[in-house]
Write a protein that binds this ligand. Structure first.
Ligand code: GLC
Length: 215
C-alpha cells in the first residue's frame, strides 16, 4: 500500500536534528521504493521551506502546503515557484482580505504579523499582547461565526491567529491534493503539534501528535 505522510514542520519535524536525520533517511528510502508520498504541511512560507531543506535537514517532499494550507506547491521548488492555480483561484472566489481584516477591528493589544505572513488568502496577527488572548480569540471567532461559509479562524499556541478561507486550511488542502494526485485517502497519516494542525486530525483518521504538542 502507498502511504501518504502529511507532516507539519516546526515543533513536529524540527527540534531534534539527530532524530530528524534518522527519520529523513527512512522517509527517503520509502519514497525511493515508491511506497510513500510525503507532504510537508506548514504555516511557513515557501522560502522558509526551501531554507529548511538546505539548512535544517527537512526531508525532500513530494508536495508542500504553505501558509497554513492556503498555498500548494509541487516540485521543483524554487524561490520563484508559483502556488497551484486551481487551489488558489478556488479560495479567492470566497475570500476578501478587506472583509477578513474587518473581523480584527478594535481588538486591543492585537498586532498584525509581518507582511510576508499576510497574503491575499491569509490574514494573520498576534494576540499575545492582549490582556486576555483567549478572550480576544473567542471574540474574533464570535464575529466570524455568521460568515462561517466563507471564513474560518485558526488559533494556535496562545499567540497566532489566522483568518483563512473556510475551504482552506491544512486538512482541506491535503484532501484536495490527494484527489489531484490520485492517492488513497485511507493511506493518509498526518502529524502535528499545534492549533493550525487540528484541521488535519479532523479531516483524516490516522494521526501522530508529537510529545511536545501544545494544547
Ligand atoms: C506559522 C505562520 C503564521 C501563523 C502560524 C499559525 O507560524 O507563519 O503566520 O499564524 O503558523 O497558523
Amino acid at each position: 500500500m502507498k502511504w501518504t505522510l502529511a507532516s507539519d514542520v516546526d515543533g513536529t519535524l524540527t527540534g531534534d536534528r539527530a532524530a530528524l536525520d534518522r527519520l529523513a533517511a527512512r522517509l527517503r528510502n520509502r519514497q525511493a521504493a515508491g511506497d510513500l508520498y510525503l507532504i510537508v504541511s506548514t504555516g511557513r512560507r515557501l522560502a522558509q521551506v526551501i531554507e529548511g531543506l538546505a539548512e535544517e535537514g527537512l526531508p525532500e517532499p513530494d508536495a508542500v502546503l504553505c501558509q497554513v494550507g492556503t498555498e500548494i506547491y509541487l516540485p521543483p521548488l524554487a524561490a520563484a515557484s508559483r502556488p497551484m492555480t486551481s487551489w488558489r483561484s478556488r479560495l479567492l472566489e470566497e475570500f476578501s482580505r478587506q472583509e477578513a481584516l474587518g473581523f480584527l477591528e478594535g481588538i486591543e493589544g492585537l498586532e498584525m504579523q509581518p507582511d510576508v505572513y499576510n497574503t491575499e488568502l491569509k490574514v494573520s496577527c498576534y494576540l499575545d499582547g492582549c490582556a486576555d488572548p483567549e478572550a480576544a480569540a473567542a471574540e474574533i471567532r464570535r464575529r466570524v461565526a455568521p460568515c462561517a461559509d466563507r471564513y474560518q479562524v485558526v488559533w494556535s499556541s496562545g499567540r497566532d491567529l489566522d483568518v483563512l478561507p473556510a475551504a482552506s486550511g491544512k486538512g482541506k488542502a491535503i484532501r484536495f491534493l490527494i484527489e489531484q494526485e490520485g492517492l488513497d485517502p485511507a493511506g493518509v497519516v498526518v502529524a502535528g503539534d499545534t492549533g493550525n494542525d487540528a484541521s488535519m486530525f479532523e479531516e483524516f483518521d490516522r494521526g501522530v501528535v508529537v510529545a511536545n504538542a501544545q494544547p
